[in-house]
Design a protein around this ligand. Structure first.
Ligand code: COA
Length: 428
């Protein structure tokens, strides 16, 4: 079946049943009852490698126009939210579908702030793994452990999911900050309920209250990373949730998926590239030329959906510039600009969300390997919104695959088999 890049329709639960099955079922019906035509949604609806161009869910949470570079949460363009909103307000919007009133927002912020401390079992697991696991692996492990001791661990409903979501969103930030302090043999900095989510995370991480500018910059970064429709980790979360597995299982799947360098792990790789260019003393334009000639994929560029500049990168570029100016260290911002220009000119590829996050976090003094965990502490808002939506109108997500192997093989007793294993044995 040829691949297709066009969106070809949505099958709830990603079902695309072969026509023959539907026809056979129709043929078994009594003659008096005319066979109904196979529903359109039961026909196979094409294959795109990596599910490119396939609509696998309906959602009212997030909208992306990859050609025009538009991203909106619940109908609010990201350009409206980034300058005005906060992580707490955006999270409320993603979960509830509307912007909160002042009273709703204050209640939501207070609830989030009151749930930040880790339960003893989760803290103990974190303390055990902090020095022997990387931050995303530790986050994945401890998120899973957040379910320990809960008598509703296996339950799901809008109320149960929402309660777990608020607690997990509050606690994931704590896990990342505590992880860093534990691995560095520094004293834990307990959450400060008077601080907002962004400021409190920076405080728990560094032990210092951030400046209003740093707090705002970090808050904007959290708003920009909060959701992105069916990105790989959100898809993971929805697939897990659709089996009616529990909320923590779905978030654990999502954290595992976010880690990869083709997804959330790219922000770390971007900073490694900037440091590599710095160490090579090469001009970024020449560096791009040499790397592209070696067919290297440059992290922070390209996107499955955006065919133009990622709208989030526009805001993150501004953050990178202003944070660099405040830190009196614009070297990384300037190098990023040159790299961006060279990639556009030489490969025609634009920057994505990870590109300017890297230089922004670097000048804030955040350790490189925490960039992806920071992505996670924001994206948990989106994952949770999608789990709530999935559980609200669930169907198992189970697509088809196209078999490309050989059928009809006969079982051969082991002593009669010849092949690579026999050859290897002889060679030895
Ligand atoms: N650097 C160089 N070339 C790139 C590129 C990059 N970052 N991203 C895509 N391309 C090129 C590919 O080499 C390919 O070119 P070709 O047709 O000449 O072979 C073409 O663009 C299509 O790329 P492909 O890998 O098929 O796109 P995809 O939709 O499968 O992958 C990404 C999307 C995001 C995985 C891919 O762009 C990538 O690996 N980017 C770097 C990692 C990154 O920043 N990830 C975070 C995404 S938010």
């Amino acid at each position: 079946m040829p691949g297709t890049k066009a969106s070809e329709g949505v099958a709830k639960g990603a079902e695309a049943q072969p026509r023959k099955v539907a026809e056979a079922a129709a043929a078994r019906k009594p003659q008096a009852e005319p066979a109904a035509p196979a529903p359109a949604s039961k026909k196979p609806i094409g294959m795109g490698k990596g599910l490119e161009g396939i609509i696998a869910a309906q959602t009212s949470i997030c909208f992306i126009d990859g050609e025009k570079g538009i991203l909106s949460y619940r109908g609010y363009d990201i350009n409206e939210l980034a300058p005005h909103s906060t992580f707490e307000e955006t999270t409320f919007l993603l979960w509830e579908g509307h912007l909160p009133t002042r009273k709703e927002l204050e209640a939501f912020k207070a609830e989030l702030a009151s749930r930040r401390e880790l339960p003893p079992i989760a803290f103990s697991v974190l303390a055990q793994v902090a020095k022997s696991m990387g931050p995303m692996d530790a986050l994945r492990t401890v998120v899973s452990a957040l379910a320990a001791g809960r008598n509703d661990a296996d339950k799901y409903s809008v109320e149960v999911d929402r309660e777990k979501a608020i607690e997990t969103t509050a606690q994931m930030a704590t896990i990342v900050a505590y992880y860093h302090r534990l691995r560095m043999d520094r004293e834990i900095v307990h959450p400060d309920p008077k601080l907002g989510h962004a400021a409190n995370f920076l405080y728990m991480l560094t032990g210092k209250k951030p400046t209003p500018a740093a707090e705002r910059a970090f808050d904007v970064a959290l708003v920009l990373h909060a959701d992105h429709d069916l990105n790989a980790s959100t898809f993971s979360a929805r697939v897990t949730a659709a089996t009616l597995a529990d909320y923590h299982g779905a978030i654990t799947s999502a954290v595992g998926t976010l880690k990869g360098p083709l997804h959330g792990g790219a922000n770390i790789e971007v900073m490694k590239v900037l440091l590599e260019i710095e160490a090579s003393h090469e001009d970024p334009t020449d560096w791009v030329e040499h790397q592209l000639a070696k067919k290297r994929k440059i992290p922070g560029f390209g996107h499955r959906v955006y065919k133009t500049l990622d709208p989030r990168a526009i805001h993150l570029e501004k953050l990178s510039k202003s944070l660099g100016e405040q830190a009196k260290d614009t070297k990384w911002y300037n190098m990023s600009l040159k790299l961006q220009k060279a990639m556009k000119e030489q490969k025609g590829i634009d920057a994505n969300v990870d590109f300017f996050s890297a230089s922004s976090y670097y000048v804030m003094g955040i350790p490189l390997d925490l960039y992806t965990p920071i992505f996670a502490i924001s994206r948990v808002a989106g994952w949770s919104a999608h789990i709530l939506e999935q559980h609200g109108d669930n169907r198992l997500i189970r697509p088809l695959s196209e078999f490309t192997g050989t059928l009809g093989k006969r079982y051969v007793p082991i002593e009669k088999r010849e092949g690579p294993l026999v050859a290897t044995k002889k060679a030895n």
